[in-house]
Structures are given as structure tokens and as C-alpha cells.
Design a protein around this ligand. Structure first.
Ligand code: GTQ
Ligand code: FE2
Length: 353
């Protein structure tokens, strides 16, 4: 083939010949059978997925009895995987369910991946973040900003279960992973163990003489009681057609997302509430706190109950409905919209237009 005059070769042949000589220069030209550089719109390999609490619960108990929790910064978790992805629950984050037994210690470490905990079940555990210590109660959101030291200790008498979300797939794709295990299992607790809450927890008042935080969220905890107040205060307002009632956890200094790379929301569907379809760039994981209902993702219907998780791929049409005429349904939502927005990639559409 290569002895033919160049002019008699097809374009595909020309490209193959050129490519052969380019390999050693670490260059290539587009080949006829290469996938195109662009698709008209996002084509995610991530699959819409439903994890049922009734399947997860026995496995968590099994992990709790069969897996040890060793020092060195290890954790006992059940990771939510997506068969459409080589890594991560979604293209940007890993969601895992952490299980910790009475008396156990998840020893101190820090990493560049940002983390959050949303408490699913139990009481009596404490998380310490850069010396501040917060009790973990059902429905609380506790955050671990990038590179902050953190450890968890369980002083209660029943197993404790919480949702962890870390932007690990994003940080890994950026080749920006750092990790350090602490020499000491637990951090010393500071003189003002709930300082961030005492100073920034009001949500409507900003402390005048607070230190400069350079965009890092100074507030480490969002207690269930306060987020519930926001939802119930808005309960009698008209429903948003696409989200009914939804609040984003915010950085009290900027009004931006509580974490730079992970968006977090609390959403309530009133009894009988039905939302219209929407789609957006960025991925979503919903955790059903209470109630039951359904989510249709690109025509696929998932009927969910309390404790279930639903994953929604980027640019997929989805709509939620509360299946009950009597009971409200409440969901904790994790997304990567802050990443999309920061990179100028955020797009959204709502039906009907
Ligand atoms: O609790 O510090 O699910 O470092 C994954 C990595 C939890 C944690 C996870 C972690 C943690
Ligand atoms: Fe960690």
C-alpha cells in the first residue's frame, strides 16, 4: 500500500500511513475509525441506577460483622458503584455508606478530596475536623473541606450509618490526589470544639470580626433541625414545577455551595406532588430520607422508598413524583453542579418550555 503514489491512496489510507510515522513522535492524526471528538450533546456512559435499602441493609450488617476497622486512616464502607463507569458513583464523585460500631475509631487522616457526611442512622458518633468536634445525628450534614484532618469516633451503643460523598473521581481525573495518615489515631479537640457553628450557624447573621476564609466554607455542620426549619417554613408556598421545595446547603460567607466541588440539597415533595421533567449537565445522587415515590429517568421508572438511592446521569431527563396522597417525601441530593458552573459547562432545560 505504501508503495502506491500518495495521490492514489484514499484519505483513510493516507491517514494510516501518516499515523505509522507519527507514533514515534508521540503524535497522531484522526483515523477513519476513531470515535468523533464531539457528540452533538452529552452521551454519558453512566447508567441510571437504583439501590434499595432492603438490599443494602443486610450487606451493611455483614460488612460490619466481617470487616475489621484498622488504624492508619482506614474506613469501613460500602461503595455505590456504577456499571457504566470504570470508577466512581458518578464521573466526579464516590458515594459510600460508612458503618461504624460502638467503641470503634476511624483514625485521623487528610486528603485533597473534599468530603461530606449525611447521617442516615444512629447517634453517639463524633467527627473531628481540624480540631473541631461535632456530634453526628440523623439528618445532619457535616463537611470535611479539602486537606482538613478528620477522624470519627463512635461513643454510642448501636451501629452508626452515614452517607459519605467525596469528589474522588474528579480529583483522580485531575491527578491531584494527596493523602496523609496522622501519626496519632485521634486529633486533640480544640478549646472551642464547635466554633464554626457558634460563629456562622445562624444562617442569617454574618459575624463582623470573623477571620478571612479565602473562599473556604467556615461552617462545618448543617444540623437537621435547621435544614428542616427551612423546608417547613416553605411548606405552604407554591411548589416549584420542577423541584417542588428544594434548598441548597450554602456557604454562609458567599451564598455559594457549601463545598466547592459537591452540590448538596434538601428537597421535599408534598403529598401527591408531581414534578415536571428537567435535565442538566452534571450528575446527581438522591438519598430518600423519608416517604416514597418514583423518579422517571429517560423513560425508566424507579419506585423508591425511605433509605433508597437513585443515581441520575448527566443530561438525562428526569422527573420526581411523590407516590402518596398523605405523606411528604424528603430527599437529600448530591450533585456536581458547582463543578459544571465553575467550568462554564452548566446547561439546563425544563419541560414544558
Ligand atoms: O470517612 O474519611 O467513604 O477518607 C472514603 C474515604 C470515607 C472518611 C470514605 C474517606 C472517608
Ligand atoms: Fe477521609
Amino acid at each position: 500500500m505504501s508503495e502506491l503514489p500518495a495521490s492514489q491512496m484514499t484519505d483513510a489510507e493516507e491517514r494510516r500511513v501518516l499515523a505509522a510515522d507519527l507514533v514515534k513522535l508521540n503524535c497522531r492524526v484522526h483515523q477513519a475509525d476513531d470515535p468523533p471528538l464531539f457528540t452533538r450533546e452529552p452521551k454519558s456512559s453512566m447508567l441510571p441506577l437504583h439501590w434499595r435499602w432492603r438490599d443494602l441493609a443486610p450487606m451493611l450488617n455483614r460488612a460490619g460483622t466481617s470487616l475489621k476497622l484498622e488504624a492508619g486512616g482506614n474506613r469501613r464502607t460500602l461503595r455505590l458503584t456504577n456499571p457504566g463507569l470504570a470508577y466512581g458513583t458518578t464521573p466526579t464523585f464516590w458515594a459510600s455508606i460508612q458503618y461504624i460500631l460502638p467503641g470503634e475509631v476511624a483514625t485521623a487522616h487528610r486528603h485533597t478530596a473534599t468530603a461530606l457526611r449525611f447521617i442516615m442512622q444512629g447517634r453517639g458518633a463524633y467527627t473531628t475536623v481540624d480540631g473541631e468536634q461535632y456530634p453526628m445525628n440523623e439528618g445532619d450534614l457535616v463537611i470535611t473541606p479539602s486537606w482538613t484532618w478528620h477522624d470519627h469516633v463512635h461513643r454510642g451503643d448501636k451501629p452508626m450509618i452515614w452517607l459519605d460523598v467525596l469528589d474522588i473521581s474528579l480529583v483522580r481525573a485531575m491527578h491531584a490526589t494527596f493523602f496523609e495518615a496522622s501519626m496519632a489515631d485521634l486529633q486533640p479537640v480544640s478549646e472551642f470544639p464547635t466554633r464554626s457553628w457558634q460563629q456562622f450557624g445562624s444562617g442569617i447573621m454574618r459575624p463582623v470580626n470573623a477571620p478571612i476564609h479565602n473562599g473556604v466554607n467556615p461552617l462545618l455542620v448543617y444540623p437537621a433541625q435547621r435544614s428542616e426549619e427551612a423546608l417547613s417554613a416553605a411548606a405552604k408556598l407554591p411548589a416549584n414545577p420542577h423541584n417542588d421545595t428544594a434548598f441548597e446547603y450554602q456557604n454562609p460567607l458567599t451564598g455559594g455551595p457549601a463545598l466547592p466541588n459537591i452540590g448538596t440539597r434538601l428537597q421535599r415533595l408534598r403529598a401527591g406532588g408531581r414534578c415536571l421533567p428537567q435535565r442538566h449537565t452534571g450528575s446527581v445522587l438522591n438519598y430518600v430520607i423519608s416517604g416514597s415515590g418514583s423518579t422517571i429517568v429517560e423513560g425508566q421508572r424507579f419506585d423508591w422508598h425511605a433509605g433508597d438511592f437513585i443515581a441520575i446521569p448527566p443530561w438525562s431527563w428526569y422527573e420526581h413524583a411523590n407516590g402518596s396522597q398523605e405523606e411528604i417525601a424528603t430527599m437529600f441530593q448530591v450533585n456536581d453542579l458547582p463543578v459544571m458552573k465553575a467550568l462554564g459547562l452548566h446547561r439546563e432545560e425544563f419541560l414544558p418550555e
